[in-house]
Design a protein around this ligand. Structure first.
Ligand code: FAD
Length: 272
């Protein structure tokens, strides 16, 4: 049932520590830019009505480089990622992906942490983070832990995150090689991906796909084939055995399989 926002019980956190204290009782859902959350409330697919608003926590907005690691605060918006000179320099595929999320309003409100926590297999930032071997920094009132994005998802819209934890940052070590991103949707803007791909061609070639499985996935057998010098046609054949997309309202399994193979070929040609 659709939930009116007037029925919500919202506590606004005054600091990160305050937010983590509020979450300690495990009865509140974090709300950041609310771009996913309000849609879920509107469609009646979200049961909780008690929230903690973290949008005002500027300490989670920074984008910087520390010890050669790109550190992106969970509340960094797509607009901030598109504007950031360090993202442009170190992770241009994330800037590219950010520019293809929704429209300007969504780019101004939607956050990287929200995209990760929302756990949609179609999330546009997720293949980028998977191909870059990003690390998700989780914190609760007691301690902080780090989880590879490639181990963060346990199934469809399921993650290792605990109810009292917040994503506070995303860390990305220097990425060696040429980066590439491509999203295929029904139109140029405001479209959810039918397929979304990010790749890095370098000493360790890495490629990740969204919308072809219950979670974002890397394609390790395809990566190995490319790394071993297989022809791109052979690598595409490996990929078509490796991923197992499904039919859903946005596309068919067959379309996704063929387009994934075509995108792999495009990735290889563009990064030659
Ligand atoms: C019109 C429209 C178009 C869109 N287009 C795209 C698109 O093209 N590509 C795409 O990938 N997405 C798209 N989205 C989805 C959405 O904008 C993104 O997923 C966004 O990044 C979510 O961030 P948010 O801050 O708004 O999250 P919220 O809606 O505030 O939260 C989403 C979920 O994450 C949790 N959460 C948020 N922040 C944290 C945190 N720091 N720690 C722990 N949990 C947290 C919340 O509890 C909630 O479960 C679109 C949405 C709309 C409405």
């Amino acid at each position: 049932m659709r939930v009116a926002t007037s029925q919500l019980d919202l506590r606004r956190a005054s600091s990160l520590d305050n937010a983590l204290d509020i979450l300690r009782d495990r009865e509140r859902t974090p709300i950041a830019g609310a771009t996913d959350l309000y849609v879920a409330l509107n469609f009646g697919t979200l049961v909780p009505k008690r929230f903690v608003d973290i949008w005002g926590l500027d300490e989670l907005r920074g984008i910087s480089v520390r010890d050669d690691i790109l550190v992106i605060g969970a509340l960094a918006t797509y607009s901030a990622l598109m504007r950031s000179s360090v993202v442009a320099e170190r992770l241009p595929m994330l800037a590219e992906a950010s520019g293809q999320v929704g429209g300007v309003q969504i780019q101004n409100r939607g956050t990287l942490g929200g995209n990760i926590a929302n756990a949609s297999p179609a999330g546009d930032s997720l293949p980028v983070l998977a191909a870059a071997d990003a690390v998700v920094v989780l914190r609760n009132a007691e301690h902080e832990r780090r989880v590879s994005i490639n181990e963060f998802y346990t199934g469809y819209r399921a993650t290792v995150m605990k109810p009292d934890e917040l994503i506070v940052a995303i860390e990305i070590a220097a990425v060696e090689g040429r980066q590439w991103f491509r999203k295929v949707g029904t139109r140029a803007a405001q479209a959810i991906s039918k397929i979304v791909v990010a790749g890095v061609r370098g000493p360790a070639t890495r490629i990740a796909f969204g919308s072809v499985a219950p979670t974002v996935v890397r394609a390790p057998e395809t990566e190995r084939a490319l790394g071993d010098g297989a022809s791109i046609d052979d690598a595409a054949a490996v990929l078509m055995r490796e991923i197992k997309p499904i039919d859903d309202i946005r596309s068919t399994a067959e379309y996704r399989l063929r387009v994934s193979a075509n995108l792999l070929r495009r990735f290889w040609a563009d990064t030659a």
